[in-house]
Design a protein around this ligand. Structure first.
Ligand code: ADP
Length: 488
């Protein structure tokens, strides 16, 4: 499917664009997914016939046609085994930037090795989705970039090399199957003759390392100040920040910054995001965002102490199973938690349910981001993703975080980031050394589609402190729920 999509996309693009003018190409692949190349496939990859579609020539190139992607959560046993082998979940996080996560590629590889050893043995190279697409474009196996590699539970994030101890805990002879790592700004190779002949690319067109969708989003949002936070409100909600000195924890992820040789990006991911907001909208707000917004406006900030936890899907952060938990905080005024008791209830009236959901999601983000050492309050938040079009939701975000909220002009930050990185990789290659990406747009940002605009100004600071008290209570209840129901 992915191979066919590449051919189809280039066919369409070549009708409206002169591809011979393209100087460099990069791209964005969904993080964590993996592809298994069968022994001997390097030869197929390097001798593609431009007269035939890719899909007709690569049918036999894989040891398995199943590619696990980020939605898979079947590898809990493998996560625990790998964590145990390296001295525990926190140790794995310190080494690789994350504790063992089911969707991460290392546990997925271990499961393949355990359940289909024949397939594993017959595999000569394992790509992630991003390096897989780059491999097609250069007609050879492309390296995995250091940022996407941090989504595998396999790379030492400080040294930016494969971690021997984790590789050994995952599967035998893994290093040779993974190949080498490369920084995200490196050139993977020149475009393969297949694309030169079939789509008229220039033979000198560079293919810059592809990377994952989240790192590319960070690049596309031009997040380059450590006081800034980016929050993407999409199918999953993600919080991004950057830092020079990360402290990996049991929650959240640390990746190398895809546009910097030294820094790191921090990412928190929530699975219960837009689809859970849609669920509450459909149940309580007549399936309409207008009604949903009206309810948010009708209800007071802090929701009269009504607080909810809504997990329609098995949540990543906190690690809790499907379930809804609603509480009323009695005697809650927002000044102190002394004398405040929570009482569990079965339901809220529809307007309170809507506010409990939105406040709950943002309080949870603020609490976890602070625990991770991300700036509080941030200098500003750049909001993106489908729900960032909703001004009422953004107002709630500004009240809870106490900072200005900006939105970007273009929703597709991942593909925009990949295009920027292509230009960045090209510049670095021309100069023969690393060039800061901000050199490309310094002082010119306002004139480009990369500029952000102020959507909502910071909320009332007294309210921000009341939300801080509510957040503390929320984290307390959350910890108790994790103790009782959560993954260890
Ligand atoms: P993805 O993460 O898959 O790229 P998007 O960022 O495009 O997804 O976000 C899609 C989501 O945006 C939809 O699921 C929808 O719930 C949400 N959305 C779209 N418009 C609004 C709105 N006005 N208010 C709240 N949510 C919205």
């Amino acid at each position: 499917m992915w191979i066919e999509a590449l051919d189809l996309m280039l066919q369409k693009l070549s009708k409206s664009l002169d591809l011979s003018k393209v100087t460099a190409v990069s791209g964005s692949g969904q993080q964590h997914g993996s592809v298994y190349w069968k022994k001997g496939s390097a030869t197929i990859l390097s001798s593609l016939d431009p007269k035939k579609p890719l899909v007709d020539q690569l049918g036999d190139a894989f040891s398995t046609k199943e590619s696990p992607v980020w939605m898979d959560s079947s590898t809990t046993a493998q996560c625990r085994e790998i964590e145990k082998a390296v001295g525990g979940a926190l140790e794995l996080s310190k080494l690789t930037g994350s504790r063992g996560y089911e969707r991460f590629t290392g546990p997925q590889i271990r499961k393949l090795f355990q359940t289909q050893p024949g397939v594993y043995d017959d595999t000569e190279r394992i790509s992630v989705v991003s390096s897989f697409m780059a491999s097609l474009l250069i007609g050879a196996y492309a390296c995995i970039d250091e940022t996407d590699a941090a989504g595998m539970n396999l790379m030492d994030i400080r040294q930016r090399v494969w971690s021997k101890i984790v590789l050994e805990a995952t599967a035998p002879s893994l290093e040779e199957k993974l190949g080498k790592l490369a920084p995200a700004h490196a050139v993977a190779g020149c475009i393969a003759p297949y694309f030169v002949e079939r789509f008229h690319f220039n033979k000198n067109c560079l293919v810059v390392q592809w990377s994952g969708d989240n790192p590319n989003s960070l690049a596309g949002l031009t997040l380059s100040t450590s006081g800034d936070l980016a929050i993407s409100l999409g199918t999953s909600d993600t919080v991004f920040g950057i830092t020079d000195d990360p402290e990996p924890r049991l929650e959240g992820h640390v990746f190398p910054n895809p546009v910097d040789t030294k820094g790191y990006m921090i990412m928190l991911v929530y699975k219960n995001a837009s689809l859970t907001r849609e669920d509450v909208r459909n149940r309580c707000a007549e399936k309409s965002w207008d009604v949903f917004n009206k309810y948010l406006q009708q209800t007071p900030p802090l929701n009269g102490g009504k607080m909810g936890f809504y997990y329609k899907e098995h949540e990543i952060l906190p690690p809790l199973p499907v379930g809804f938990h609603r509480y009323i905080l009695e005697n809650f005024e927002g000044e102190t938690l002394d004398g405040v008791n929570e009482v569990e209830v079965k339901e809220f009236d529809p307007p309170s349910e809507v506010r409990a959901l939105v406040e709950g999601q943002f309080l949870s983000m603020r609490g976890h981001a602070e625990r991770f050492g991300l700036p509080s309050p941030p200098r500003r938040i750049i909001a993106t993703g489908g729900a960032s079009a909703n001004q009422t939701i953004l107002s709630c975000l500004a009240s809870i975080y106490g900072c200005d909220i900006y939105t970007v002009q273009r929703p597709d930050s991942a593909s925009l980031g990949a295009a920027l990185r292509a230009a960045h990789g090209y510049l670095c290659s021309k100069k023969g050394s690393f060039v800061p990406i901000s050199n490309m747009y310094k002082d010119k940002l306002e004139k480009t589609s990369l500029s952000c605009k102020l959507a909502v100004t910071a909320g009332d600071q007294q309210l921000v402190s009341k939300y801080a008290v509510m957040m503390k209570k929320r984290l307390e209840i959350e910890n108790r729920l994790v103790e009782k129901l959560g993954r260890r």
